[in-house]
Design a protein around this ligand. Sequence first.
Ligand SMILES: Nc1nc2c(ncn2[C@@H]2O[C@H](COP(=O)(O)OP(=O)(O)OP(=O)(O)O)[C@@H](O)[C@H]2O)c(=O)[nH]1
Ligand SMILES: [Mg+2]
Length: 333
Amino acid sequence: MQEVDFRNLTEGLLRGERLHLSKAITLAETVSSALFSYRDRLLQLAEEAPKPDTFRLAVTGVPGAGKSTLINLLGQEWIRLGHKVAVLAIDPSSGVSLGSILGDKTRMAELGREEKAFIRPSPTRLHLGGVASSTFETIMLCEAAGYDRIIVETVGVGQSEIEASHLTDAGLLLLVTGTGDDLQGVKRGILEEADVVLVNKADGENRERAAAFARELQHLSSLWPDRGNGKKAQVLTASITEIDSILNVIFALENFKMEILKSGNFHERRTLQVLAQMEVIIQRRLEEKIRNQQFWKSMLLESKDKFVKPGASLFQEVNHIVDKVEFRAKNNS
Ligand SMILES: Nc1nc2c(ncn2[C@@H]2O[C@H](COP(=O)(O)OP(=O)(O)OP(=O)(O)O)[C@@H](O)[C@H]2O)c(=O)[nH]1
Ligand SMILES: [Mg+2]
C-alpha cells in the first residue's frame, strides 16, 4: 500500500463512502504484517474521528427465526427516520456461513439498495483468532463513516450471542413458537442477554399462539435478573406482514436507548466494553508481534524437528519455548 492510497482510503472513509469503508474494514482485518502500521494508523484515525450519536444493537435468535428479514425492514425504517444503518454479521461456524450470506443477500436486498445502508457479512471464518475478533474495530470504522445505527446479527445460538452482547448497547432476541422455542427450550442465559424479546412470525395460524407465548414471557421476564441496568426485558410480538409491529420494535429500542442514556448505564456499559476490548486487542497484538519475529519461526521449526523421531515431549517443548520468549522479553526491556 502506498501513502497516497492510504490517504484516499481514510478521506473516503470519513466522507462516508461505502467502498472506502469496505476497504478500511479489510485493512483492519489484515493478517499481512506489511500492512500493520497502516492498520494501526487507520484505527487511531477512526477513533479520533468525530462520530454521530450512535446505537449498537445485537440481533440474536435461532437460525430461521427471521433475523435478516426483520433487519431488512428495521433498517429501512431507521433510514426513513434519518439514520444511517450498518449491518454486520457474526458467524463463528464456517459450515453455515456461505448459506446464510447468500440468504442474506436476498433477505436484505431492499435494505442493501438504500444509499444510507451498509451490509457486511462477516468473514470471521478467515480469522485465526476465533469469533469475530475484529467486530469491535469494524463497528468503530462504521461509526467513523457516519453510520449511527449499527446492527450486529449473529448466526446460531451460543458463543456468538455472548460475543455480540459484549459489543453492543442493546440486545434484541427473536423467538418463534412451535419450533421447540417454548419456555423449556428457551435458555435462560440467552434471555438474560436480551433487552427486547420479539416473538416473531406472529401471523396466520401462529398469531394467537405467539401472543400467548409473549404474555408468558413477559411474566417470566419479571422474574429474570436484569442486566445491571435496572430494566426488565420488554416482550413484543412482530410479523413482517404488519409494519406497525416493526415500528413498535423501533419505538421500544429507541426508548430503551434514551432510558439507558439518562441513567448513565449506556456510558458505563461502553466503558466496560472498551476496557474488555483493550485486553483482547493487546493480547492479539502481542501474539502478532511474537509470531512475526524470525526467532519465533526458527524456534518452532527446531522444535518440530525434534518430533521427527519418537520420544519428544510436547510439554517439554512448550515450556522450553515459553521460557525462551520470556527470557527475550526480559532482556529486551
Ligand atoms: N410468516 C412469517 N415468516 C417470516 C417472518 N419473518 C421471516 N419469515 C420467514 O422465515 C424464514 C427465515 O428468515 P430469515 O430472516 O432468513 O431468518 P434468520 O433468522 O436470519 O436466519 P439465519 O440467518 O439462517 O439464522 C424466511 O423464509 C422468511 O421469509 C414473519 O414475520 N412471518
Ligand atoms: Mg440471517
